[in-house]
Design a protein around this ligand. Structure first.
Ligand code: CMX
Length: 468
């Protein structure tokens, strides 16, 4: 019945043949989309977006998006416009817009648990998937859907329990995702010969399952490595962040839960070219399922120039404090320590960006949270003082294109304030959030039928000869 209702919605906006295929797929595979659900809404939107893509190709397919220079080929493809990514767009001056909405707009528009408080990440998921601001009821339906999917097989629990404590939490997260792949609905559907027009459906199911399971995996890693605590069962009556906080052992701390909501919203997506997003998209383009694609993306997030920078920032500050024997270094002391870092051939973590040329609005949003909730925290004072001195130092050095702080410069001090002190864990939390964005886009990659990625590489000799 439910399948029939959602198919009726689907067929209104699409070709009858595709709707028919989906209808029989739903009957056979029992992947039911309740009317009004996120999946049913996607089914309505997909034909419209497919049409938009078709028109884009027909009307503008042969037009140039700009020149690709030798510098771009050597320099990490900076600025080369070669990716399609709909869930968010990054402007170098303004920062990120999620489906067209800036961070202040997202905070204002998305339903929140506390009046005037932080938005639910579930609302962000709806926005990223559909481009539409959800109602409170739609957000609640996502919380319930995710809660109902939040279970991990025993062998994955055992796998995590057997990991040595000194295996980095990000490696454990990636390992667990690869193991969870055993239950991929996409991989099974592909093996069973699913029609390519329906790829989006099992991709959606896998993506929702992954997002639902991530807090269980992440919390188990936290408990195993740092606390030795027991797994807490999912509470079906509360939201995603409250459940994640419960599992981490911080559920009673309402300030932490609010921070977690903000944290999970801010780290979801940062357009398609960053390492974790691009990798997920690239691996997914080979029709690797969402588990494998995200695991690959998270391996990229675990690099110190990308997501691992949040752990590096805290470590850098704590090392500075230790070497100076203070919890409150002066601006002069910070300046000297920065100069030592640069002189030793290292980067100052949390500063700079490949695209942004202004302070990252994700940093600003976290700063606003700190000013509201923890303005006297000494670690926050240090982060604030760094904001005042580091950009000048980097500018003076002369080679950094963006001397301003990025998202990772701030998150550690907030987590520390609420007692989550284990820096090695911070990127895992980034990874849980990043799944929301990159998997939403992966659903669209399959819905739009985007092809396998295959850019052209050149040898140094071929480039040299080309311009002889
Ligand atoms: N400290 C010291 N040197 C820096 C620097 C920093 N924070 N940021 C950039 N530079 C250096 C680069 O290493 C590069 O040096 P070389 O020419 O000797 O190789 C030079 O300045 C020019 O780099 P850029 O064009 O300004 O920056 P990139 O686009 O190459 O790199 C990034 C961007 C983020 C990797 C870089 O700014 C950096 O290493 N920052 C510190 C690490 C960090 O915070 N990463 C997190 C980014 C956000 C995220 O993805 O989570």
């Amino acid at each position: 019945m439910l399948a029939q209702r959602s198919c009726a919605i689907f067929s209104k906006a699409s070709k009858a043949s595709t709707a028919g295929l989906w209808s029989s797929f739903l009957r056979n595979k029992s992947t039911v989309a309740a009317a009004g659900s996120l999946k049913a809404r996607l089914a309505e939107l997909i034909p419209l977006k497919q049409q938009q893509l078709k028109e884009l190709k027909t009307n503008h397919g042969s037009k140039s998006l700009g020149e690709v220079t030798v510098d771009m080929a050597i320099g990490g493809m900076r600025g080369a416009k070669v990716l399609l990514w709909d869930t968010s767009l990054l402007d170098s001056e303004e920062g990120i817009r999620f489906r067209g909405y800036s961070i202040p707009e997202v905070k204002q528009l998305l339903p929140a648990a506390v009046e005037g408080g932080e938005p639910y990440p579930e609302g962000m998921l709806w926005l990223l998937m559909t481009g539409e601001v959800p109602t409170a009821a739609q957000v609640k339906s996502i919380s319930e859907d995710l809660n109902s999917r939040a279970v991990i097989p025993e062998f994955v629990e055992e796998l995590l329990d057997r990991c040595p404590r000194d295996l980095h939490p990000m490696s454990q997260l990636s390992l667990a995702l690869n193991a969870l792949q055993r239950d991929s609905i996409f991989a099974k559907a592909y093996k069973d010969g699913i029609n390519k027009k329906l790829y989006w459906d099992p991709t959606f199911e896998d993506s929702m399952n992954v997002i639902a399971k991530l807090p269980l995996v992440a919390a188990r890693i936290y408990q195993n490595v740092f606390k030795g605590g027991k797994a807490v069962p999912v509470d079906m009556s509360v939201d995603y962040s409250q459940n994640f906080a419960n599992m981490l052992g911080f559920g009673e701390n309402k300030g932490f839960v609010e921070l977690l909501r903000l944290y999970l919203v801010l780290h979801t997506d940062h357009e398609g070219g960053n390492v974790s997003a691009h990798t997920t998209h690239l691996v997914g383009s080979a029709l690797s399922d969402p588990y494998l694609s995200l695991a690959a993306g998270l391996n990229g997030l675990a690099g110190p120039l990308h997501g691992l920078a949040n752990q590096e920032v805290l470590r850098w500050i704590l090392n500075m404090n230790k070497s100076l024997n203070t919890n409150n270094p002066t601006k002069e002391q910070i300046t000297n320590y920065c100069n030592e870092t640069l002189a030793s051939g290292n980067v100052i973590p949390g500063f700079g960006h490949a695209v942004l040329r202004k302070t990252d609005p994700r940093y600003t949003s976290q700063r606003e949270f700190a000013l509201k909730h923890l303005k006297d925290d000494p670690l926050f004072q240090t982060v604030s003082n760094m904001y005042e001195v580091v950009p000048q130092i980097l500018t003076k050095q002369g080679k950094v294109k963006n001397p301003w702080p990025n998202v990772d410069a701030h998150s550690g001090c907030l987590l520390c304030h609420y007692g989550l002190l284990e820096q090695d864990y911070y990127t895992v939390m980034f990874g849980v959030s990043r799944a929301f964005g990159v998997l939403s886009q992966l659903v669209w990659d399959r819905a739009l039928g985007l092809p396998i990625e295959r850019p052209k590489s050149m040898t140094m000799d071929s480039l040299t000869n080309m311009f002889k």
